[in-house]
Design a protein around this ligand. Structure first.
Ligand code: ADP
Ligand code: ZN
Ligand code: MG
Length: 492
């Protein structure tokens, strides 16, 4: 299948060029209330119910900055290795939009909260460092909801519930060189934001929004090309597809002897193409000026260090610790730290089980499959960390076989009961006490004289046959190690 990008120019031509990409990412902060008023930020409330004179922008209403929002933004900045400035300032960014009742957004302009950060990612095993230009705070606008299909029957509704929801905008340096790098960076960014509990980053709820700036230049060229900004990228997959298309489009323009226009383009999900929307707006179009209703934001060293001290462990650090402390493979460590809740579940289970590798295997295998089948998050797991740990121990002690452990696990998923209770109830205790086992082994040996002869004649593989017979006779409850040992002894 050929993609819209491949139809524009052959890959061989594209590979003469190097893409340059910088992202502008908006992240909604997970505060309970809005940034400049006490209205709730809850998602899905009836339209225009979470509003007050401040977030409606009524004349005379005054904004009061939320401490919680500032601390979350500081956490985000620190997690991205930025410097948190001692003084930052809010600024008015003026523009008209039907869902922006104030007629301006309160943002930060030349004095943002955080600057000069970086995020380290790995592309095919090779390290790449992506610079973070800045992280600034701002308030969100409302939402326009379009309805209707024909010109005579078309409506737009305005819902102002989202007005005043706190956002941070994260601007990267033009440091990415492929759509894969942009994809990987955004994945890491999302993970970091989740780990420091700044945002759940649910793209479907608009908690993470990404605009991509992209240009191309001939490989080896020093100067950057003219960039286009691509908007409307509401999934990771669309980001990658839109970039691939836009890179190919710019290459085809240049190859035809044309010039790339500096403009804002929209990604069209239906066609897989980017479409010119408007010529790029410039900072001066917004008539930025210092917000007169807010004093400059002072962050004392004491406050900053208090926030820093309370920072949760970041994913990269946790991955490293899992490899060193728990002796996990890089693959397992990556898997188990992709989600903060999963990483915490793993640590709880590993402690309860006393066996990190077994805990990792159960979580990545049976548990992940069961949760996926039930469409559940790990936080909704019917099997607790303590219970899974207990199950691992039951098997390690030889109380139950591996096969039985799987059966018990399935019942744990279904009932949420403790494994010990299930083993008790189902009479699943493994037969490893030698008296009972010896009887079974003796019976099996005397019932199969031909195989005994074969074994004694040197056909060692017949042992497997005997083990199978004993397991069957014990209805799977015999301890395989004990069975093996006993059989060998008796047959020799
Ligand atoms: P503008 O003044 O047009 O807003 P900025 O310099 O502020 O541009 O950069 C905005 C975003 O565009 C940043 O993420 C930056 O990394 C990226 N960017 C800047 N120049 C280029 C370029 N030539 N190609 C690709 N991305 C770029
Ligand atoms: Zn309000
Ligand atoms: Mg700019």
């Amino acid at each position: 299948m050929s993609s819209p990008a491949a139809e524009l120019v052959p890959p061989a031509v594209i590979s003469k060029y190097e893409p340059v990409i910088g992202l502008e990412v908006h992240v909604q902060l997970a505060t309970a209330s809005k940034i400049f008023c006490g209205c709730p930020t809850s998602f899905g409330a009836p339209p225009n119910t979470n509003v007050c004179p401040v977030c409606l922008g009524l004349p005379g209403a005054l904004p009061v900055l939320s401490r919680e929002a500032v601390e979350m933004a500081m956490r985000a900045g620190m997690a991205l290795n930025c410097t948190i400035g001692p003084v930052s300032r809010f600024a008015r960014k003026n523009y008209f939009y039907p869902d922006l009742p104030k007629g301006y957004q309160i943002s930060q302009y030349d004095e943002p909260l955080a600057e000069h950060g970086r995020v380290d990612i790995s592309i095919d095993g090779a390290p790449r460092r992506i610079g973070i230009t800045r992280v600034h705070m701002e308030d969100d606008a409302g939402k326009s909801i379009h309805e209707g299909f024909s010109d005579s029957d078309r409506y737009t509704y305005v819902d102002l519930n989202r007005c005043g929801t706190p956002l941070i905008e994260i601007v990267t340096e033009p440091d990415m060189r492929s759509s894969d790098e942009a994809y990987t960076f955004l994945t890491e960014l999302k993970q970091v934001m989740q780990f420091v509990q700044v945002s759940a980053c649910d793209m479907e709820k608009g908690q993470l929004r990404c605009d991509a700036n992209v240009s191309v230049r001939l490989k080896g060229a020093e100067k950057f090309g003219t960039k286009a900004e691509v908007k409307n990228l509401n999934s990771f997959r669309f980001l990658k597809m839109a970039l691939d298309y836009e890179i190919a489009r710019q290459v085809s323009v240049l190859e035809a002897g044309g010039r790339v226009e500096q403009e804002t383009r929209l990604y069209n999900v239906a066609t897989g193409e980017t479409v010119g929307m408007r010529s790029k707006e410039h900072a001066h179009d917004y008539r930025y000026f210092p917000e007169p209703d807010l004093v400059p934001l002072h962050v004392s060293e004491a406050w900053r260090e208090r926030v820093r001290a309370a920072m949760p462990e970041l994913p990269a650090k946790k991955r490293e610790r899992f490899i060193v402390d728990y002796k996990l493979s890089e693959y397992d460590a990556n898997w188990l730290t992709a989600d903060r809740a999963v990483s915490e579940y793993f640590e709880g289970t590993a402690t309860a089980a006393g066996d990190p590798k077994a805990a990792a295997n159960w979580i990545m295998g049976d548990l992940a499959a069961a949760l996926k089948a039930a469409d559940k998050q790990i936080s909704e797991s019917p099997v607790t960390e303590r219970h899974l740990g207990e199950l691992i121990q039951l098997k390690a002690k030889g109380d139950i076989t591996g096969k039985q452990a799987k059966e018990v696990f399935a019942k744990m998923i279904a009932t949420g009961d403790a494994p010990s209770a299930i083993v008790e109830r189902e009479g699943l205790k493994q037969v490893s006490d030698s008296g009972a086992l010896e009887k079974i082994v003796d019976d099996v040996i005397s019932a199969n004289p031909k195989q005994v002869e074969q074994y004694r004649a040197g056909k060692a593989t017949v042992l497997g046959f005997f083990v199978g017979q004993v397991m069957k006779a014990s209805r799977g409850q015999a301890n395989p190690a004990a069975v093996n040992e006993l059989l060998r002894k008796k047959l020799e």
